[in-house]
Design a protein around this ligand. Structure first.
Ligand code: FES
Length: 102
């Protein structure tokens, strides 16, 4: 059963910031994209590289290893060499804390 996990204070995730957390054995990046909170799995589907240090451009995160791009809202792979999506997770703010549903 999915559970909400506390990952950060909302104040620590202002627009333009991100946090990386291991939640229930899943590596997750939560991103504040111009006020919209999004969370994705921190594993590239091409060759397993972490995405957390990838550049974010136009709502997409770019894998630092070979340049695959993933939509932060849907997880969809937007260009080769990745073809499979990354997982996405619902995000909410409760009592000033950012939570993800995993
Ligand atoms: S590991 Fe991410 S593009 Fe290759």
């Amino acid at each position: 059963m999915a559970t909400w996990f506390d990952i950060a204070a909302a104040a620590d995730l202002p627009p333009g910031r991100r946090v990386q957390r291991d939640v229930a054995g899943v590596a997750i990046i939560a991103v504040n994209l111009d006020g919209e909170l999004l969370a994705v799995e921190d594993v590239c589907t091409h060759d397993g590289a972490p995405l957390d240090e990838g550049e974010i451009v136009g709502g997409e995160i770019i894998c630092p290893r070979h340049g695959a791009r993933f939509c932060l809202r849907t997880g969809q792979a937007m260009c080769p060499p990745a073809y499979e999506p990354i997982a996405t997770f619902p995000v909410r703010v409760e009592a000033g804390r950012v939570q993800v549903l995993v």
